[in-house]
Design a protein around this ligand. Structure first.
Ligand code: GTP
Ligand code: MG
Length: 170
C-alpha cells in the first residue's frame, strides 16, 4: 500500500505500545526527523520510562517540533498519541506553522502487541495497561478527523504495515 504524505507535514504515529511505531519510524525516516516521547523523557529525566516526566518531555518535544516546522522540515512524532489531549498539542503546533497534521495509525491485535511487550526488557507494565491503550485506540479512530488531522492513514495488521510505502507530495 502506498500512502501519500505532504512533503511538509507533522506526522503523528498513533498506536498502542508494541504496535511497532518506533520500528516503522526507523524504517521510513531519518532518525533526526523522528521525535520520540521516550527520547525526550530520557532527555529531561534520565529515564525513558519515567511517566512523571511526560509533561516536561512533551513541552520540549513540541518546542523542537515547532522549530523544525518553522524551518520547513517534515517532522514525525513517535509517541502512542492515544489521548485526544495529547494529539491536540500536535495539531496546535502544526497549525501554528501552517503545516498539515497527518495521522498514521498502526492497528495491530492487542494479543500480538502483548507478546512483543513481554519479550522487551524496557517495558514492564501489565496487560491491563495494554488493554486500556487498545480501548483508547478504538476510540481514537473515531476522533481523529474531528480533531483536525487532514489525512488519516490506518494500517491494519502486520502485513499492511510491512507493505506500506510512503510517497511524498508537494
Ligand atoms: P512503544 O514504544 O512501547 O509504544 O512501542 P512501539 O509501538 O514503538 O513498538 P516497537 O517498534 O518498539 O516494537 C515493539 C517490538 O515489536 C520490538 O521488539 C520490535 O522489534 C517488534 N516489531 C515491531 N514491528 C515489527 C514487525 O513488523 N515485525 C516483527 N517481527 N517485529 C516487529
Ligand atoms: Mg516506541
Amino acid at each position: 500500500m502506498i500512502i501519500d504524505v505532504p512533503d511538509l507535514a507533522l506526522v503523528a504515529l498513533v498506536g498502542i505500545s508494541g504496535s511497532g511505531k518506533s520500528t516503522f519510524a526507523r524504517k521510513h525516516w531519518k532518525s533526526t526527523q523522528v521525535l520520540s516521547s521516550d527520547f525526550f523523557r530520557g532527555l529531561v529525566a534520565d529515564d525513558e520510562n519515567d511517566q512523571s516526566a511526560s509533561a516536561d518531555a512533551f513541552e520540549v518535544l513540541h518546542y523542537v517540533a515547532g522549530k523544525r516546522l518553522a524551518a520547513g522540515r517534515l517532522t514525525v512524532v513517535d509517541a502512542t498519541n492515544l489521548q485526544s489531549h495529547a494529539r491536540a498539542g500536535l495539531v496546535k503546533v502544526a497549525r501554528e506553522h501552517d503545516v498539515l497534521p497527518v495521522a498514521i495509525v498502526l492497528d495491530v491485535p492487542e494479543s500480538l502487541a502483548w507478546e512483543r511487550t513481554q519479550a522487551r526488557a524496557d517495558r514492564t507494565f501489565g496487560r491491563q495497561v495494554l488493554t486500556r491503550m487498545h480501548r483508547d485506540l478504538r476510540r481514537s479512530l473515531n476522533q481523529l478527523s474531528r480533531e483536525g488531522f487532514r489525512k488519516i492513514h490506518v494500517l491494519r495488521g502486520v502485513d499492511e504495515i510491512a507493505d506500506t510505502e510512503i510517497r511524498y507530495e508537494k
